[in-house]
Design a binder for this molecule. Structure first.
Ligand code: IVH
Length: 753
């Protein structure tokens, strides 16, 4: 006899669990749907916060009822534990490679079509063969195994027969569905390429560079490193993407299409990302057209490709054609010019940027890379040159991909140089071999810590050879002076860049200096916008009307009225605005000088403390340190600024031009900015402004641009790919804004003059 009470209880418990299970299933369904909208279609239907809420609800349910946790649950994307190593996975169907057509002209496509027709014993009288033309993604091949629609295993290609089980890392890629949409067959192995977008790659390297860490040579290596990263948490921080292009084992797919194009469409229906840049082409001419179209579009693509792939469309024809050794006869890769090449570094010059940043630039033996001849490439900063141990005279690897500035990604180790010379290898092969060697070199930091595998050997520089030049020293090279204006150059502790200290005088920084000077919270010259300033400082061929700030006050009606988009009325308005701006406060004037690290609030503190411009100009670092909130970095920056005779001269000339300010102020100070006394941290990539610009705006509004998030942070402005700082903000319950939110905040009182 069963106990009526407990069986009733058990029944109730079962109903509760059944309800919970159906809720969990519903949440999984919704989360899958929204992840697909977000990651694959890039068309989110709900705000991120709502997604997070659904996600947390599912997490809570699963924690309370672990039996509800399914392998396809979105909560299983990020896993905590570090893998001890990767388990081998034997591929059910070998992962083969394809033949490469290295002839980068149209002939490559014709040769392939001719071969296929010959194999099929077709004559000229027979119709054109139908092909699918796809992109050849430059990433890492992956096999995704779905059983009854659920992702059960992801493996690398390995040697083609056996790969590595990287399921945990692959699960962190938002674009890869953990469960397929619709009626998936019992077994479906999807093959495709895991890759890193160029923007993600550039941001990753930017972050590495800022942290003084090793940068990645190219997106492919970064992606491969992330996939094979044993800690899924680190893998998850390297944003990866995926495109499906083929398949392995398939069991029980009754509705399998009969063409390559049809299968790709079916993949899209399943929710898998498939590149839209593909076409069904008739005969060689169709292929040539695609090859040419993609060649023109290549630089504008958001990811690297190294060519296009042609495949016979009919699967029945593919089968008839079969394989030669390990390559299908029905497919070929048709390459484009390589994006990495080897050349000689002739010299290193230094360029001055708009904000005074000094960037070392490589002068190269001209080399054809990624479709154009390259003679200059960026070396980013001095530390990076040292880290890569790049020296004048070295054989270096140049990368040019997309519209970004070409860069030096490494030195060809002398050992591979020797080997290549013996073999008579071309530059492209050498770049490939050298990149492999670079990737295999032990990390110097790991060597220092003794954690690198080959740390026992004494430190011998593999690049060194007799007669090699000295390591590059930026300060020495410039003799300590800005190449554009001769001012002293400085590099602050903890910063990677050297800078010119002649902000007011330096021709390279003219535009920036004028815009800042005229800004609302500085001298407030109405109508002096970006376009106009460009004309004034002569970014074109004309000699500039404005060389330094005092020239602004020498502008006359006749000079202005001939400028583009300048009617008589606006010319007069500008002159009036300039006249009006001459009457200002010491605080505004100090801020308007654009001294590095002197935001609006610091300017006000300096004005209040010193009371006169002359006293500020003469102030020693010790005196400056007495000012509220002025630390050693700021004090040094101010002192260096006024140590440049040119800068002081500009101040004097402004005074001579009639600019006057009220000294001994306090009551007449500019109104407090909207961010007065607040610390704001900017993280991630904002849609329209750089981090420097956002921080300058924050400081201009009286705020402090913080580097790390703490309880004292008032706001965090988060852009795309915001990482740990955003997480920290959420943890501490700090308000998070996007760029529009920041602008709204700044506008708050900017208009309330
Ligand atoms: S098809 C049997 N299609 O290129 C045919 N491969 O050697 C299998 N790849 O490592 C390959 N884009 O990872 C194919 N649209 C595409 C591709 C592609 C890139 C890679 C693939 C493999 C290599 C082919």
């Amino acid at each position: 006899m069963s106990d009526p009470i407990s069986s009733q209880g058990a029944r109730r418990a079962r109903t509760v669990l059944a309800d919970t299970a159906s809720r969990a299933a519903e949440l999984r369904r919704q989360l899958h749907h929204h992840a697909y909208q977000y990651y694959v279609l890039d068309a989110p239907e709900i705000p991120d916060a709502e997604y997070d809420r659904l996600f947390r609800e599912l997490q809570v349910l699963e924690e309370a009822h672990p039996t509800l946790r399914t392998p396809d649950s979105p909560t299983q994307r990020v896993l905590g534990q570090v893998l001890p190593g990767f388990a081998p996975v034997r591929h059910k169907v070998a992962m083969l490679s394809i033949r490469t057509e290295t002839d980068t002209t149209a002939e490559g496509a014709r040769a392939f079509d001719a071969r296929v027709r010959r194999e099929l014993a077709l004559t000229e009288a027979d119709a054109a063969i139908e092909y699918v033309a796809e992109l050849k993604f430059d990433g890492l091949a992956i096999n995704l195994r779905y059983e009854h629609g659920v992702l059960v295993c992801a493996a690398t290609r390995g040697d083609g027969e056996t790969g590595e089980d990287v399921t945990q890392n692959i699960r962190t890629i938002g674009q890869i569905p953990l469960r397929l949409n619709g009626d998936a067959p019992p077994v479906l192995e999807v093959r495709g390429e895991v890759y890193m977008r160029r923007d993600a790659f550039n941001r990753l390297n930017e972050r590495q560079r800022e942290a003084g860490e090793k940068t990645f040579v190219n997106p492919r290596n970064a992606a491969a490193g992330a996939v094979r990263q044993l800690d899924p948490a680190i893998a998850a921080k390297r944003p990866l993407s995926f495109f499906a292009y083929g398949w392995g084992e398939i069991v029980g797919w009754d509705a399998m299409p009969s063409t390559q194009a049809g299968v790709l469409e079916a993949f899209e229906q399943f929710g898998l990302p498939v590149s839209g840049e593909r076409t069904v082409a008739q005969g060689a001419e169709g292929l040539i057209e695609f090859h040419a179209r993609i060649a023109a579009a290549r630089d504008g693509l958001p990811f690297d490709i190294d060519g296009v792939v042609y495949k016979v469309n009919e699967l029945a024809l593919q089968q008839r054609l079969g394989f030669v050794t390990r390559e299908p006869r029905w497919a070929v890769a048709h390459k484009y010019p390589a994006q990495e090449q080897v050349t000689t570094l002739r010299d290193i010059d230094v360029q001055v940027g708009r904000t005074g940043k000094l960037t070392p630039v490589a002068r190269l033996e001209p080399v054809f890379v990624g479709g154009t001849t390259v003679t200059n490439a960026t070396l980013h900063n001095e530390d990076e040159i040292r880290r890569k141990d790049v020296r004048i005279g070295d054989r270096v690897i140049v990368r040019r991909a997309g519209d970004v500035i070409p860069e030096i990604v490494g030195v060809v180790p002398s050992a591979s140089l020797d080997a290549a010379r013996l073999e008579g290898a071309g530059a492209e092969a050498l770049a490939g071999a050298a990149l492999d060697v670079l990737e295999r070199q032990p990390d110097p930091a790991a060597v220092a810590e003794g954690t690198a595998v080959e740390a026992a050997e004494p430190a011998v520089n593999p690049n060194d050879y007799p007669g090699r030049s000295e390591p590059f020293d930026l300060y020495q090279r410039l003799g300590g002076h800005c190449p554009a204006c001769g001012s002293d150059i400085t590099r602050e502790e903890g910063e990677v860049d050297w800078r010119c200290s002649g902000g007011l005088f330096c021709p390279a920084q003219r535009k920036q200096a004028v815009l800042h000077f005229a800004g609302r919270r500085a001298m407030d010259v109405e109508g002096l916008g970006d376009r106009l300033v460009e004309q004034l400082v002569g970014e074109g061929d004309e000699p500039p009307l404005v060389r330094t700030l005092p020239d602004l006050y020498k502008l006359g009606f006749t000079a202005l009225v001939v400028l583009e988009r300048m009617a008589e009325k606006s010319a007069q308005n500008l002159l009036d605005a300039l006249e009006k701006s001459k009457q200002t406060t010491l605080a505004r004037f100090v801020f308007a000088l654009g001294i590095r690290h002197v935001g609006e609030r610091t300017a006000r503190d300096l004005a209040a403390y010193f009371g006169s411009m002359d006293r500020l100009i003469r102030a020693s670092e010790e005196a400056l340190l007495q000012v509220h909130d002025v630390g050693p970095v700021v004090a040094h920056s101010i002192r260096t600024f006024f140590d440049q005779a040119h800068n002081v001269e500009v101040v004097e000339q402004l005074r001579a031009a009639g600019v006057t300010w009220t000294e001994h102020e306090g009551h007449q100070a500019a109104p407090p900015g909207p961010l007065e006394g607040k610390t704001v941290v900017v993280t991630g990539t904002l849609p329209t402004m750089t981090r420097d610009e956002a921080e300058a705006l924050i400081e201009a509004a009286g705020g402090k641009a913080g580097k790390s998030v703490s309880k004292k942070t008032a706001y965090v402005v988060a852009g795309a790919d915001a990482g740990s700082k955003l997480a920290k903000a959420q943890e501490l319950n700090i308000s998070v804004l996007d760029e529009a939110g920041l602008r709204a905040l700044l506008a708050d009182t900017t208009d309330e003059k």
